[in-house]
Design a binder for this molecule. Structure first.
Ligand SMILES: Cc1ncc(COP(=O)(O)O)c(C=O)c1O
Length: 499
């Protein structure tokens, strides 16, 4: 049955999520049952003989609501209690160590507990923890904005600070809309983004996201947006394995039809993160930018997942030489230490907000928090001191070497890599590329086995394991990470044929 928003609203629960997930073109790895259920740990009562870890788990089960986590499965499971970090490891409350192969959701760059970053926060705390950027400034904000402009693609001149990627994207949308209002074209209030796109989790950001499960479930709350084809070579029906960037050209069709109403095109440059590290080939972003320019719409580059060296250069836009009008960054901006994001814009965009009392009607209480800004500055210092960009490029070669070994594992369908972002997509049938049945939870089983083997890694909604390691890893760490993943994948795949 094709799920409808009305149907979704009537029937709450797994059945809805499950049916929505199945409308993903290739299954789902998100809403699978947890495979670590421990029915004995359902206690709601505090017991004086509990260990400290059990006490924390009980409090957590009683009071914490976890994002993107199936409720009942979690309440029955034995959650990890991460106590602290040490370099590229996470350490739980029982002292067990886990390699942080997901960089704690793509944020950690220099490792956990970097002395320089800790020191920056402490030093700032002795001055002031928070002050506002509404109508005034502070030293860190001025310094950081200047350094980000220096690092950003040519043309970017202004930085507006926020606290999350979703709010950076939503601010970019408001910025683009306001730009057109001030330019005398207020009818330009729509956005175009790529199929499979994820641009954040707030209602505005969800509107420009194109992941089917989120779109279908929240549709009654969302603004109408248009989509053009994602550069998903493994499942591309457009070019018959002879890529002519026909996916990017579908943007032209949308803009020819609706261009006069479009404020901006949003794109995750080079790699779509959350939908499973879908890697665009060289030239894709340049083609998208060219089409956007030709139709006179703004280009918003969402570098939440790709910024700060993840794909090779500091920002993924650099690889194709693309100069966006608006650039969203966050995640690795503070090295994973504090929530900080930024929406950056060209002088051309900024200038539309000048004169006649004009302003950007947008901003948050904690925008540009000085502690977050201080650690971001210290993180940029570490980029220079540790030569993180060069180191990341060296690690990417090792990662490519390790990824090649996954070809020997049955059911490995596609292997994707761009710099230090990578993914392994598993399929039921390598010939037809048919996905596994949703209920099998293959990717979830692999990430669960990795955890048993001492590594935290995540999956995307396509039975895809996503690899987002801290750039502070050594070559040995990369080999260790991929060794654990190889073992877990081989074991889970073997268990499928045994079953
Ligand atoms: C490309 C992209 N944009 C936006 C976001 C939202 O960022 P946040 O979770 O900080 O709101 C994400 C998060 O994963 C992302 O990958």
């Amino acid at each position: 049955m094709e799920p409808t928003p009305a149907g979704a609203a009537r029937v709450a629960g797994r059945a809805v999520l499950r049916s929505l997930a199945q409308t993903e073109p290739h299954g789902s790895g998100w809403y699978c049952p947890s495979l670590e259920l421990d029915p004995t740990i359902g206690a709601r009562r505090m017991d004086k003989d509990m260990t400290e870890t059990e006490r924390l788990r009980t409090l957590d089960r009683q009071h914490v609501w976890h994002p993107y986590t199936p409720t009942d499965d979690y309440l029955k499971a034995t959650p990890l209690v991460i106590d602290h970090g040490e370099g590229v490891y996470l350490v739980d409350s029982d002292g067990n160590r886990y390699l942080d192969a997901g960089s704690s959701l793509g944020v950690n760059i220099h490792g956990h507990q970097r002395r320089e970053l800790n020191d920056a926060i402490v030093a700032q705390a002795t001055k002031i923890a928070h002050t506002t950027l509404y109508g005034m400034t502070h030293p860190g904000a001025a310094e950081l904005a200047a350094r980000l402009v220096h690092l950003a693609p040519e043309g970017i001149e202004r930085v507006l600070f926020l606290e999350s990627g979703s709010s950076a994207v939503e601010t970019a949308m408001k910025m683009a809309f306001s730009y057109w209002v001030f330019k005398g074209e207020p009818q330009r209030n729509k956005f175009v983004s790529m199929t499979g796109a994820f641009h954040g989790d707030t209602v505005g950001a969800l509107s420009v996201g194109q992941m089917t499960i989120l779109k279908n479930f929240y549709q009654p709350l969302l603004r109408e947006t248009s989509a053009f084809a994602q550069p998903y070579a493994y499942r591309c029906g457009l070019c018959n394995n002879n890529c002519s960037l026909a996916c990017a050209d579908t943007l032209e069709e949308v803009l020819e039809r609706e261009g006069h109403e479009i404020a901006a095109v949003l794109v995750e440059p080079r790699v779509q993160n959350v939908s499973g590290m879908v890697v665009a080939r060289d030239g894709h972003l340049a083609r998208v930018a060219e089409i956007a320019r030709k139709h006179g719409v703004l280009l918003i580059a969402d570098e939440l997942g790709t910024g700060f060296g993840r794909t090779g250069p500091m920002f993924a836009c650099e690889a194709d030489g693309v100069k966006p009008d608006i650039l969203c960054v966050g995640k690795g901006l503070t090295g994973g230490y504090m929530p900080l994001a930024a929406t950056m814009a060209t002088g051309e965009v900024f200038d539309a907000f000048r004169g006649d009392g004009k302003m950007l009607l947008s901003g948050h209480t904690y925008s540009g928090n000085p502690m977050a800004v201080a650690v971001a500055l210290a993180s940029l210092d570490l980029f220079e001191k540790d030569d993180v960009i060069a180191h990341g490029r060296e690690l990417a070669v090792v990662l490519a070497d390790e990824l090649a070994k996954f070809r020997e594992i049955p059911h490995v369908g596609d292997i994707r890599q761009c710099g230090m972002l990578a993914a392994i997509e598993l399929v039921q049938d390598e010939e037809t590329r048919e996905p596994f049945p949703w209920d099998l939870g293959v990717a979830t089983r692999i990430t669960a086995r990795c955890r048993e083997l001492g590594m935290i890694i995540h999956s995307a909604p396509s039975d895809t394991i996503v690899i987002v390691p801290p750039l502070a890893m050594t070559e040995d760490h990369v080999r260790q990470m991929m060794g654990i993943l190889h073992q877990a994948t081989s074991e889970v795949v073997a268990s499928l044929s045994d079953a």
